[in-house]
Design a binder for this molecule. Structure first.
Ligand code: FES
Length: 339
């Protein structure tokens, strides 16, 4: 643990979904029982545990730090059903153009009202009554108060238009969530294939950063397919993961056509997408031991699922999520219309 870091902060950083609420010593939701080790109080708090619970070793993890290795009995979120939805006013920290048509938006939650979520979930962001969107969280819960989103420019989308044209640091947004069940199966200890199409990379990045924060030794293969020159807008980050992690493989696939060009020749587009998928998946003859996580428009998900099914992926081990904020991605909706 870092100096003066609370047990709660250390747990979040390590990818452990420990129960909490205010994170500031007022609600009592972070209560845990100390089984072994010693702690030191580092912050004042208004919530007081009953004496009887203190005698049994109960502590508030948000106001205590560990002075040695600890063993705790704490409530940990095992599924999305253990996470309550919140409504939080968040501040825009940064808007960065990461590709000609993609923006990275970072918002910050207040110190006293953090967002509790599981990697892979999404939220609704609202600027005003007419400007809102459902966006996949692109960061890991271990990032604590900073939450990242990837927004593709779209003419007919008020929220995408706001992010790409007028959003600036200091703007206040209303955040509601989290939503969705596209989360990592913590119980599984199986090799993982992650497939993202375009800004579907956001949800996949969140999952990947969560898995690596836990320092699991799982083989992971990240496959990211996108369109045009700068479609793989975080290609260097993916390559750095390739260098940093053992058992990690990254395959970036750039389709030379733009999304709009793909939409103009449906049959050719479908064949192109499928052939790139087939080529990268040639490395696998049997996926019965793998878990597959996909964030892509539905037609691309269907193509990828067919390929995985031919390689024996188990029905319950293929997890899919649409590309939030871009569910109507033009070219691939067109692909869906093919027989
Ligand atoms: S999270 Fe509310 S008291 Fe610790």
């Amino acid at each position: 643990m870092q100096e003066s870091e609370s047990i709660l902060e250390a747990a979040i950083r390590a990818g452990i979904s420990i129960n909490y609420g205010c994170s500031g010593g007022s609600c009592g939701l972070c209560k845990a029982r100390l089984l072994q080790g010693t702690v030191r109080e580092i912050r004042p708090h208004v919530f007081s545990l009953p004496e009887s619970e203190k005698l049994q070793g109960s502590i508030l993890t948000c106001v205590n730090t560990a002075t040695e290795d600890l063993e705790l009995d704490a409530i940990v979120a095992g599924s999305v059903h253990d996470i309550t939805q919140q409504e939080i006013s968040v501040k825009v920290r940064k808007v960065e153009q990461v590709a000609s048509e993609v923006f990275k938006l970072i918002v910050q939650t207040p110190r006293t009202q953090r967002l509790r979520f599981l990697a892979g979930q999404f939220v609704e962001l609202k600027k005003d009554q007419r400007t809102s969107g459902c966006m996949a969280i692109a960061s890991c819960p271990c990032e604590d108060r900073l939450i990242e989103f990837h927004v593709r420019k779209k003419d007919d989308d008020a929220f995408a238009d706001y992010v790409s044209n007028t959003a600036k640091a200091g703007d206040m947004l209303n955040l509601r969530g989290p939503f969705g069940e596209f989360v990592f199966d913590e119980e599984a200890n199986r090799p993982v294939i992650l497939f993202a199409f375009d800004t579907g990379f956001a949800a996949i990045k969140s999952l990947l950063e969560h898995i690596t924060a836990q320092e699991r030794e799982l083989p992971i293969h990240l496959i990211w397919m996108s369109c045009g020159q700068d479609g793989l807008y975080m290609h260097n980050l993916c390559r750095s993961w390739n260098d940093a992690f053992d058992n990690f493989t990254y395959t970036g696939i750039t389709l030379k056509e733009s999304l709009q060009q793909l939409a103009m020749d449906v049959e050719a587009s479908r064949a192109t997408v499928a052939s790139h998928m087939q080529e990268v998946m040639q490395a696998y003859s049997d996926l019965s031991e793998h878990d597959v996580y996909v964030s892509a428009p539905e037609p691309a998900t269907v193509l990828f699922k067919q390929i995985c099914a031919e390689k024996n992926v188990l029905a319950g081990r293929f997890f899919a999520e649409p590309v939030r904020g871009n569910e109507d991605m033009t070219c691939l909706l067109t692909l869906q219309k093919q027989p």
